[in-house]
Design a protein around this ligand. Structure first.
Ligand code: HEM
Length: 284
């Protein structure tokens, strides 16, 4: 997967170079790039083909006889429809969230340029001018701290849901069966009792000893990928793709937030910027 990710980021950086413009809406750029990656990995195709596959799937589902969707693959208990649904889930879950994480991380590094420099130094130590490799990715400690702090302040999957199976007592509350619960990440991520009075500030050093060290007394304090048996299955995929993308950008550009940017995060399933994030890039 790493070479596929590197190839897609490389294509994005070539587009940037050819376009020659310094200011970019990185949300748009990352959306195209992450769609490219997931299309190649799930379908072995590119972004345009991936889009077409979904349009064709719509028609296919309409045409598919009920009989077809009832065919079950031996040993797996999955129907053709189940497999189509799984591919769709991976396609949708597998790029929107990563592009949002990358967008917020770039915004924060565009403001906190001292952290941008620290991250660039680390990337140069680990990869030099070479493309990121799977052996080097786990050595990017500062990058992990930056990504975790971004996920804490701007969790793309802003809330998750659970359904109560049997009557449950939580403190004085009695939760009846079948109650749907919405579990928002932000109040936990910005709780001053857990994170301190500066909980609202970007301070990646909180994670210098890893996530477990910060949340060991309360595993629910940091929920960017959810929690328990239904935790996000794309967790490592997302972190790897984010580290690769940020590393390659840092190898080629120094960047700052544009004065044209208007801060307007809003929740539309995920936590995204309403009018994009405009960043000014300077080639190194
Ligand atoms: C930064 C990127 C991502 C974030 C923030 C994120 C966040 C989440 C969250 C909060 C959940 C709910 C977990 C729970 O209820 O406990 C979830 C579930 C899920 N995610 Fe992600 N996700 C990301 C990337 C991905 C990627 C790249 C994929 C696939 C390639 C993916 C596939 C899934 C799937 C299939 C589920 C449902 C798991 C289940 O119900 O068992 N996600 N994700």
């Amino acid at each position: 997967m790493v070479p596929t990710m590197v190839e897609s980021v490389d294509m994005m950086l070539k587009r940037w170079k050819d376009a020659g413009t310094k200011e970019k809406d990185v949300h748009e750029e990352f959306l195209t790039m992450t769609s490219e990656v997931i299309s190649k990995i799930v379908f072995g195709s590119n972004y345009e083909e991936g889009k077409q596959i979904f349009q064709k799937q719509g028609a296919l589902i309409g045409l598919a006889a009920k009989q077809l969707s009832k065919i079950r693959l031996p040993g797996f208990g999955l129907s053709i429809q189940d497999i189509i649904d799984e591919c769709r889930t991976f396609y949708i879950a597998g790029h929107g969230t990563i592009s949002i994480l990358l967008t917020w991380a770039t915004l924060l590094l565009g403001i906190h340029t001292e952290w941008q420099e620290k991250a660039r130094e680390e990337v140069q130590q680990v990869f030099g001018n070479q493309n990121p490799s799977s052996e080097g990715i786990p050595r990017l400690k500062k990058m992990s701290m930056i990504i975790n702090e971004t996920l804490r302040l701007y969790p793309p999957g802003i809330s998750t849901t659970r359904k109560v199976q049997k009557e449950t007592h939580v403190g004085d509350l009695v939760l009846p069966p079948n109650l749907n619960l919405q579990i928002p990440a932000l109040p936990f991520h910005q709780d001053r009792g857990t994170w301190g009075e500066d909980a609202h500030l970007f301070k990646p050093e909180r994670f210098s000893e890893g996530v477990a060290n910060v949340v060991n007394s309360n595993p629910g304090a940091f929920l960017p990928f959810g929690y328990g048996p239904r935790i996000c299955v794309g967790n490592n995929f997302a972190i790897n793709e984010s580290k690769i993308t940020l590393s390659m950008i840092l190898q080629h550009y120094r960047f700052t937030l544009s004065p044209n940017y208007v801060h307007a995060p809003y929740q539309h399933i995920t936590l995204r910027p309403k009018s994009g994030v405009q960043i000014i890039f300077q080639a190194l």
